[in-house]
Design a protein around this ligand. Sequence first.
Ligand SMILES: Nc1ncnc2c1ncn2[C@@H]1O[C@H](COP(=O)(O)OP(=O)(O)OP(=O)(O)O)[C@@H](O)[C@H]1O
Length: 600
Amino acid sequence: MTEDSSEEPTKADGGTGRPERLPAKETWSVLYRHFRPHRGVVALGALFTLIGAATGLAQPVAIEELVNRLSDDESIASILILLTGLLVIGTAVESVGSYILERTAQSVVLDSRRSLIRRLLRLKVSEIERVQPGDLMSRVTSDTTLLQAVTTQSVVSAFSGALTVIATIVMMAFMDAVLLGVTLGVIVLFGGATALVMPQISKATERSQEAVGKISTALERAFGAFRTLKASGAERRETATVEEAAHEAWRYGVKSAKWQAVAWSSMGFAIQVSFLAVLGVGGARVASEAISVATLVAFLMLLFYLIDPVSRLVDAVTQYQVGSAAVARIVRAERMETEELDEPSPRAAGAEHTPAAVAFDDVTFRYQAELPLVHHGVSFIVPSPGMTAFVGPSGAGKTTVFGLVERFYEATGGRVLVDGKDVRDWPLADLRAAIGYVEQDAPVLAGTLRENLVFAAPDATEDDLRDVLVRSRLDALVERLPDGLDTVVGHRGSKLSGGERQRVAIARALLRRPRLLLLDEATSQLDAVNELALRDVVAEVSREVTVLVVAHRLSTVTLADQIVVMDAGRVRATGTHEELVTEDPLYGELAATQFLATAS
Ligand SMILES: Nc1ncnc2c1ncn2[C@@H]1O[C@H](COP(=O)(O)OP(=O)(O)OP(=O)(O)O)[C@@H](O)[C@H]1O
């Protein structure tokens, strides 16, 4: 089962083109999904913030009373005590509230990172080939951080800010409706610009985040081929590429900051102007005895208190713009197609060790809809147990056979059968648990030798490890290394030789105790002595296990129980070496040139 993307491939890109913006409704629903598990805590935090704000609002009322008592020559001691109490309680409650909200915001970031990480490592192979992994990484590290702002400052500040604004306006209305009209008129007139610039903030932030993604992509490209970079003298050019992306991030970051400043200052300006307007109109109303001085003072105090919630509202909307840009990028990553991968069932995980049966039944395949067919009706049945070698010119589609058996890709037509069952009907984890796969370039991961070996078989015992080290001819190397199995092998195993990397990859696959072993040019870099040894090991393994190899070396191919000759995506002949040398001209030619040349 896959979770399908509703977007066109070009829209769900990893940063290569500019995707369409996410509709506001969808942004809201994503934000709500992240927010929902924490709604209880957020409500508590919001309540504390509100209580804090209410104590602030009570202060002008208390001051109005204080001014009245002063003018009536009454004692103000009780009012002063009340004011002090309000201040202390307000500060304490507000700080606890803000701590709760910040903590929740961090949890939201954690949740979104977790869900993204879980999905990213389950992406289909074809999805990863379509995008830039560096950009995907920046979505986990950088974009999720922006989510933090939109779930606290934005959602909660908007809520508490709006409630406080409403409460303030109600209180103002009770004091003097005319002054309230003046205040609102001025704020709407001068603060209106704020609303206009909001979309600009979101747009600039998304561009800036895209550029951050480009930085990761460019760095990943450079580090991924560091020696080639140096050997090609490309340091300056690649540095310039990364710097250009960094500069783009800066440019759009500054643009976003500019629009945020416009939003803030227009709202600040609106409140300042309303102060002046209330002073003018209020003064006239005091002179005409429509209102008392105490009411004007209290009203001005309320106006003063309005600055905070209005700022919070503006901040909320600004942060929402920033966050929505991040949400769009996160959602697009979340929409990429993933594989459903459960734990392998215990039987598949190791109890049963019969060799797997593999067959292709008229398989056609293309990597992408717009690309030509790679397989045009490929059919073969492999002996199990036994070794089957795939040979043929470069690009004939040999590696693709392995990709289809592992179900990294699904056949466009026909059936790929393992144990007589279409691989699409297998639980994916069970299928892969049955297979040991050594890829063409024998990848070794950063970490220690031990970590690399047990990567595919975390439950392997020390005895298993020792046995496989001997079989894959790694024992001498491990003994030589000062830290033995705990030696760190460097990024992509850069501290190992090509042949050592291949042996590590073979050992890793053997340790998995597979029922089906796929070896893609797995011994191409081994010296003659090690190759001979490993060939014997593979031959021995193939007595109990089904082994498929892609190999160009005669030594490996001649050993095979069956050879499948592929050419331009078709099987042109199947047989043993002796049969094919005489029966198939292409194989005869390959044997005569490539194999025999190698053998001689
Ligand atoms: N991930 C991919 N996306 C698109 N096209 C691909 C992909 N992988 C391989 N191809 C194309 O499919 C064709 C078959 O590739 P494949 O790797 O199966 O050939 P091969 O026979 O193993 O070649 P070689 O002996 O050089 O390894 C080639 O033309 C290749 O360019």
